[in-house]
Design a protein around this ligand. Structure first.
Ligand code: MG
Length: 232
Protein backbone atom coordinates (compact mmCIF):
# COMPACT_ATOMS: atom_id res chain seq x y z
CA UNK A 1 0.00 0.00 0.00
CA UNK A 2 1.28 3.40 -1.04
CA UNK A 3 0.45 5.12 2.26
CA UNK A 4 1.65 2.34 4.56
CA UNK A 5 3.97 4.72 6.35
CA UNK A 6 1.13 6.96 7.61
CA UNK A 7 0.91 6.49 11.37
CA UNK A 8 -1.35 9.29 12.54
CA UNK A 9 -4.47 10.70 10.91
CA UNK A 10 -5.32 14.27 11.87
CA UNK A 11 -8.80 15.71 11.56
CA UNK A 12 -10.02 19.26 11.63
CA UNK A 13 -13.28 19.50 13.61
CA UNK A 14 -15.49 22.45 12.56
CA UNK A 15 -17.06 21.84 9.14
CA UNK A 16 -15.05 18.63 8.76
CA UNK A 17 -16.62 16.46 11.48
CA UNK A 18 -19.65 18.65 12.24
CA UNK A 19 -21.49 21.78 11.05
CA UNK A 20 -20.18 25.08 12.31
CA UNK A 21 -19.81 27.87 9.76
CA UNK A 22 -23.53 27.84 8.94
CA UNK A 23 -24.24 28.93 12.56
CA UNK A 24 -21.96 31.93 12.11
CA UNK A 25 -23.64 32.86 8.82
CA UNK A 26 -27.09 32.66 10.45
CA UNK A 27 -25.93 34.68 13.47
CA UNK A 28 -24.54 37.35 11.16
CA UNK A 29 -27.90 37.71 9.45
CA UNK A 30 -29.56 38.25 12.87
CA UNK A 31 -26.86 40.78 13.74
CA UNK A 32 -27.29 42.73 10.47
CA UNK A 33 -31.02 42.78 11.16
CA UNK A 34 -30.41 44.33 14.60
CA UNK A 35 -28.47 47.20 13.04
CA UNK A 36 -30.79 47.56 10.09
CA UNK A 37 -32.07 50.95 11.26
CA UNK A 38 -28.51 52.35 11.51
CA UNK A 39 -26.74 51.12 8.39
CA UNK A 40 -27.20 48.93 5.33
CA UNK A 41 -26.17 45.29 5.61
CA UNK A 42 -23.18 45.58 3.27
CA UNK A 43 -21.64 48.33 5.39
CA UNK A 44 -22.09 46.41 8.65
CA UNK A 45 -20.77 43.23 7.04
CA UNK A 46 -17.63 44.96 5.82
CA UNK A 47 -16.98 46.60 9.20
CA UNK A 48 -17.57 43.37 11.12
CA UNK A 49 -15.04 41.48 9.01
CA UNK A 50 -12.52 44.30 9.37
CA UNK A 51 -12.90 44.30 13.18
CA UNK A 52 -12.74 40.49 13.37
CA UNK A 53 -9.44 40.55 11.49
CA UNK A 54 -8.06 43.26 13.80
CA UNK A 55 -9.11 41.29 16.88
CA UNK A 56 -7.87 37.84 15.82
CA UNK A 57 -4.47 38.15 17.37
CA UNK A 58 -5.78 39.29 20.76
CA UNK A 59 -9.03 37.32 20.97
CA UNK A 60 -8.34 34.24 18.85
CA UNK A 61 -11.10 32.25 17.13
CA UNK A 62 -14.53 31.18 18.30
CA UNK A 63 -17.92 32.40 19.41
CA UNK A 64 -16.85 34.57 22.36
CA UNK A 65 -14.46 36.51 20.12
CA UNK A 66 -17.24 36.83 17.57
CA UNK A 67 -19.55 38.36 20.23
CA UNK A 68 -16.90 40.92 21.19
CA UNK A 69 -16.34 41.81 17.53
CA UNK A 70 -20.09 42.18 16.92
CA UNK A 71 -20.34 44.49 19.95
CA UNK A 72 -17.40 46.58 18.76
CA UNK A 73 -18.91 46.79 15.27
CA UNK A 74 -22.29 47.85 16.71
CA UNK A 75 -20.59 50.59 18.76
CA UNK A 76 -18.91 51.89 15.62
CA UNK A 77 -22.05 51.73 13.48
CA UNK A 78 -24.18 53.51 16.12
CA UNK A 79 -21.48 56.13 16.69
CA UNK A 80 -20.97 54.89 20.28
CA UNK A 81 -24.69 55.23 21.04
CA UNK A 82 -25.40 51.52 21.14
CA UNK A 83 -28.71 50.94 22.97
CA UNK A 84 -28.66 48.43 25.82
CA UNK A 85 -31.41 46.51 24.06
CA UNK A 86 -29.11 45.76 21.10
CA UNK A 87 -26.17 44.85 23.35
CA UNK A 88 -28.49 42.39 25.08
CA UNK A 89 -29.55 40.91 21.73
CA UNK A 90 -25.92 40.49 20.65
CA UNK A 91 -25.14 38.58 23.85
CA UNK A 92 -28.21 36.42 23.24
CA UNK A 93 -27.01 35.61 19.70
CA UNK A 94 -23.73 34.35 21.20
CA UNK A 95 -25.41 32.28 23.90
CA UNK A 96 -27.74 30.70 21.37
CA UNK A 97 -24.72 29.73 19.24
CA UNK A 98 -23.01 28.15 22.25
CA UNK A 99 -26.11 26.08 22.95
CA UNK A 100 -26.49 24.71 19.39
CA UNK A 101 -26.59 20.95 19.01
CA UNK A 102 -23.63 19.25 17.37
CA UNK A 103 -24.69 17.70 14.09
CA UNK A 104 -22.21 15.30 12.55
CA UNK A 105 -21.51 15.49 8.82
CA UNK A 106 -22.17 12.64 6.41
CA UNK A 107 -20.53 9.27 7.23
CA UNK A 108 -18.23 10.77 9.87
CA UNK A 109 -18.87 8.27 12.63
CA UNK A 110 -18.60 5.20 10.35
CA UNK A 111 -15.37 6.49 8.83
CA UNK A 112 -13.69 7.25 12.16
CA UNK A 113 -14.85 3.91 13.53
CA UNK A 114 -13.09 2.06 10.73
CA UNK A 115 -9.91 4.12 10.68
CA UNK A 116 -9.41 3.87 14.43
CA UNK A 117 -8.82 0.12 13.99
CA UNK A 118 -5.66 0.73 11.96
CA UNK A 119 -4.40 4.20 12.87
CA UNK A 120 -4.10 6.65 15.71
CA UNK A 121 -6.59 9.46 15.18
CA UNK A 122 -6.03 13.01 16.33
CA UNK A 123 -8.28 16.09 16.36
CA UNK A 124 -6.43 19.28 15.43
CA UNK A 125 -8.72 22.27 15.77
CA UNK A 126 -8.43 25.94 16.50
CA UNK A 127 -11.05 27.92 18.38
CA UNK A 128 -12.18 28.56 21.89
CA UNK A 129 -10.96 25.83 24.27
CA UNK A 130 -14.15 25.53 26.32
CA UNK A 131 -16.42 25.56 23.28
CA UNK A 132 -14.38 23.02 21.31
CA UNK A 133 -14.41 20.73 24.37
CA UNK A 134 -18.19 21.14 24.61
CA UNK A 135 -18.66 20.20 20.95
CA UNK A 136 -16.40 17.19 21.24
CA UNK A 137 -18.35 15.98 24.26
CA UNK A 138 -21.70 16.52 22.53
CA UNK A 139 -20.49 14.89 19.32
CA UNK A 140 -19.90 11.51 20.98
CA UNK A 141 -16.72 11.21 18.89
CA UNK A 142 -14.12 11.61 21.66
CA UNK A 143 -13.76 7.83 22.02
CA UNK A 144 -12.21 7.55 18.55
CA UNK A 145 -9.36 9.93 19.28
CA UNK A 146 -5.97 9.19 20.73
CA UNK A 147 -5.17 12.88 21.17
CA UNK A 148 -7.05 16.18 20.99
CA UNK A 149 -5.13 19.32 20.13
CA UNK A 150 -6.89 22.68 20.45
CA UNK A 151 -4.48 25.09 18.81
CA UNK A 152 -4.39 28.89 19.03
CA UNK A 153 -3.90 28.96 15.26
CA UNK A 154 -3.05 26.56 12.46
CA UNK A 155 0.26 27.82 11.21
CA UNK A 156 3.20 25.53 10.45
CA UNK A 157 4.66 26.10 13.93
CA UNK A 158 1.38 25.03 15.57
CA UNK A 159 1.47 21.75 13.64
CA UNK A 160 5.18 21.31 14.37
CA UNK A 161 4.52 21.67 18.08
CA UNK A 162 1.75 19.10 17.94
CA UNK A 163 3.79 16.57 15.94
CA UNK A 164 6.71 17.04 18.35
CA UNK A 165 4.40 16.16 21.24
CA UNK A 166 3.14 13.14 19.31
CA UNK A 167 6.77 12.20 18.52
CA UNK A 168 6.11 11.72 14.83
CA UNK A 169 7.72 13.22 11.70
CA UNK A 170 5.49 15.10 9.24
CA UNK A 171 6.08 12.39 6.62
CA UNK A 172 4.01 9.99 8.73
CA UNK A 173 1.14 12.41 9.28
CA UNK A 174 -2.01 12.78 7.16
CA UNK A 175 -4.39 15.69 7.83
CA UNK A 176 -7.98 16.04 6.63
CA UNK A 177 -10.00 19.25 6.74
CA UNK A 178 -12.22 21.76 4.99
CA UNK A 179 -9.85 24.74 5.02
CA UNK A 180 -7.13 24.86 2.37
CA UNK A 181 -5.42 27.65 4.30
CA UNK A 182 -5.47 26.07 7.77
CA UNK A 183 -5.71 22.32 7.26
CA UNK A 184 -3.91 21.66 3.99
CA UNK A 185 -1.18 24.15 3.04
CA UNK A 186 0.81 24.13 6.30
CA UNK A 187 0.81 20.33 6.47
CA UNK A 188 1.93 19.92 2.84
CA UNK A 189 4.66 22.48 3.37
CA UNK A 190 6.01 20.46 6.29
CA UNK A 191 6.18 17.37 4.10
CA UNK A 192 3.02 15.74 5.41
CA UNK A 193 -0.05 14.51 3.55
CA UNK A 194 -3.48 16.11 3.35
CA UNK A 195 -6.99 15.66 1.99
CA UNK A 196 -9.35 18.55 1.40
CA UNK A 197 -13.06 17.95 1.92
CA UNK A 198 -14.90 21.17 1.03
CA UNK A 199 -17.77 22.48 3.14
CA UNK A 200 -20.55 24.39 1.37
CA UNK A 201 -19.58 27.70 2.96
CA UNK A 202 -16.15 29.08 3.87
CA UNK A 203 -15.38 32.10 6.06
CA UNK A 204 -13.69 34.82 3.98
CA UNK A 205 -10.65 34.65 6.29
CA UNK A 206 -10.08 30.99 5.35
CA UNK A 207 -10.70 31.46 1.65
CA UNK A 208 -7.56 31.14 -0.46
CA UNK A 209 -6.84 30.35 -4.09
CA UNK A 210 -6.48 26.64 -4.56
CA UNK A 211 -4.07 25.52 -7.26
CA UNK A 212 -2.17 22.96 -5.24
CA UNK A 213 0.25 20.77 -7.15
CA UNK A 214 1.57 18.22 -4.70
CA UNK A 215 1.78 14.42 -4.89
CA UNK A 216 0.86 14.39 -1.17
CA UNK A 217 -2.44 16.18 -1.76
CA UNK A 218 -5.84 14.52 -2.15
CA UNK A 219 -9.34 15.80 -2.75
CA UNK A 220 -12.47 14.23 -1.31
CA UNK A 221 -16.19 14.88 -1.43
CA UNK A 222 -16.98 13.41 1.99
CA UNK A 223 -14.84 12.21 4.88
CA UNK A 224 -15.49 8.62 3.79
CA UNK A 225 -13.26 9.19 0.73
CA UNK A 226 -10.36 8.96 3.16
CA UNK A 227 -11.01 5.21 3.50
CA UNK A 228 -10.22 4.64 -0.19
CA UNK A 229 -7.02 6.66 0.07
CA UNK A 230 -5.72 5.16 3.28
CA UNK A 231 -6.87 1.59 2.74
CA UNK A 232 -5.83 1.67 -0.96
MG1 MG B 1 -12.81 23.60 9.68
Amino acid sequence: MQLDHIKILGFDADDTLWNNETFFREAEVDFFQLLNEYAPRAQVEKKLFEIEMQNLEQYGYGIKSFVLSMTETALFITDQKLPGRITHEILEIGKAMLAKPVKLLHEVEETLGRLTETHELVVATKGDLLDQQRKLRKSGLAKYFHHIEIMPDKQITDYQNMLARLKIPAQNFFMTGNSIKSDILPVLEMGGYAMHVPYHTTWAHEDVKDDIQSPNFYRGQTLADLLKIIEG
